[in-house]
Write a protein that binds this ligand. Structure first.
Ligand code: SF4
Length: 416
């Protein structure tokens, strides 16, 4: 395959310069036929797995389960050398993103997510796209064998275990983490946990720390309680609760300590720029970081009919978030219009221009690697946009990229 890109690339919202709440209503999930529920299709066929499984909905997915099997991003599979292909603008990814896997899949139904439960009606779990790419399933032992050959010189600066909503996800996360740290020194390749708070306790958070995890993150995703409920809770028959996510986030703050915890946030699902940046500030005030994603209508998700986040909204939030997270600017120094859009970043023009010029603010945000604190190991190539219209740059933006970014930032906010 060539560079990783989802087949369909819906346009961004061209009518408006931000994705407003009223326009961003997810579809309601349809009922799944009984013979497709809980991975019945895969469990009934019970095909034994044989090595690496490359997602293909034309084949019957084998019966694969964590902790023996995990899925990994297409970028990680290419970097590891178990899949061919090239990625636009980057030779490799710096983060080995792993995803627990089960025939039943994730039991939650988040509206923006390609892994959501409602998809079992037409697609086996191992065949579902997630953040725009396929996730091959690979025996965990095989991944460890490859990386353990030379961890110090590995292209990976970090490994991350993504939990999903499943009754076995805590136990299997511990097992995968233990298997990894048995063979690979976590100082050579630190480990992050992308948690699933809904089924977790404080003791579970502590255990991930005791087993050698370095950073603990919570995929809050939605920026406000109402948006959370609409996209991940009652609104889509999904079990998550905002209060439980914050409970685990607070546990992570206590257990992992400053700069070692954070939250994922998706921008452009209907929140205002002011709301999302207030959340960024709250996280910084707690001692943590925000890792941001630009909303992209994932194919097959309950929001695949909705517009991707307009680039000017995304660039404003991306820049403001970077200033709050890494440059000590506070949200209350910034100014917003009556629709919550950033109109002033709270920095003198020349200082702001220097930060823009550096370009780091527009790179993918996430847990750090070995370069510097504000450069994420987790570069997720094209996880939130096609390469033709990059939202999060998985590489240092070049001259022509900066020209485009500046143009996108210069789109004036319409003050009515
Ligand atoms: S819990 Fe995570 S993996 Fe499961 S549907 Fe929600 S966002 Fe997707």
């Amino acid at each position: 395959m060539g560079c990783i890109e989802n087949k369909s690339s819906p346009a961004t919202n061209t009518d408006s310069d931000f994705n407003a709440w009223d326009e961003m209503q997810p579809r309601f999930p349809e009922k799944t036929p009984k013979d497709r529920r809980n991975g019945a299709h895969v469990k009934d066929a019970d095909l034994p797995p044989e090595g690496v499984y490359l997602p293909n909905n034309n084949y019957q997915a084998p019966h694969m389960k964590s902790p023996e099997y995990v899925q990994l991003s297409t970028a990680a599979a290419i970097t590891l050398g178990i899949m061919g292909g090239r990625m636009y603008g980057c030779e490799c990814t710096r983060c080995l993103n792993l995803l627990l896997t089960y025939p039943e899949g994730c039991r939650a139904n988040c509206a923006y997510c390609g892994l959501a439960r409602h998809r079992e009606a037409d697609r086996d779990y191992a065949d579902r796209n997630f953040i725009r790419v396929d996730w091959p399933a690979v025996p965990m032992a095989e991944i460890i064998d490859i990386v353990a050959q030379d961890p110090e010189n590995s292209p990976f600066h970090r490994m991350c275990i993504s939990m999903i909503t499943h009754p076995r996800s805590e136990q299997d996360t511990f097992t995968v983490l233990e298997q990894w740290t048995d063979k690979i020194d976590p100082d050579a390749i630190p480990v992050s946990i992308l948690s699933n708070p809904t089924t977790m306790t404080r003791e579970d958070v502590q255990k991930t720390r005791d087993l050698g995890a370095d950073i603990f993150t919570v995929a809050l995703d939605a920026a406000t309680p109402d948006l959370f409920d609409r996209t991940r809770g009652k609104g889509v028959q999904s079990p998550h609760k905002w209060s439980k996510y914050w409970e685990i986030l607070e546990d992570a703050k206590d257990i992992f300590g400053p700069q070692k915890f954070g939250a994922h946030i998706i921008v452009g699902m209907g929140e205002t720029e002011h709301e999302v940046l207030n959340l960024v500030q709250d996280l910084v005030d707690l001692g943590g970081h925000s890792h941001m994603f630009c909303f992209f209508p994932e194919q097959g998700s309950l929001m695949d009919h909705l517009p991707a986040t307009p680039r000017d909204q995304w660039r404003r939030v991306q820049l403001a978030r970077y200033l709050i997270d890494y440059r000590g600017v506070r949200v209350d120094q910034m100014r917003f219009d009556e629709l919550g859009r950033v109109t002033d970043y709270g920095l003198p023009e020349s200082e702001l221009s220097d930060v823009v010029e550096e370009g780091i603010a527009f790179r993918t945000s996430g847990c750090p690697g070995k370069f510097q604190d504000d450069i994420s190991a987790c570069d997720r190539p094209y996880g939130d946009s096609p390469p033709s219209d990059i939202a999060s740059y998985p590489f240092q933006p070049k001259k022509r990229d900066m020209k485009k970014i500046r143009r996108q930032l210069e789109i004036p906010v319409r003050v009515e």
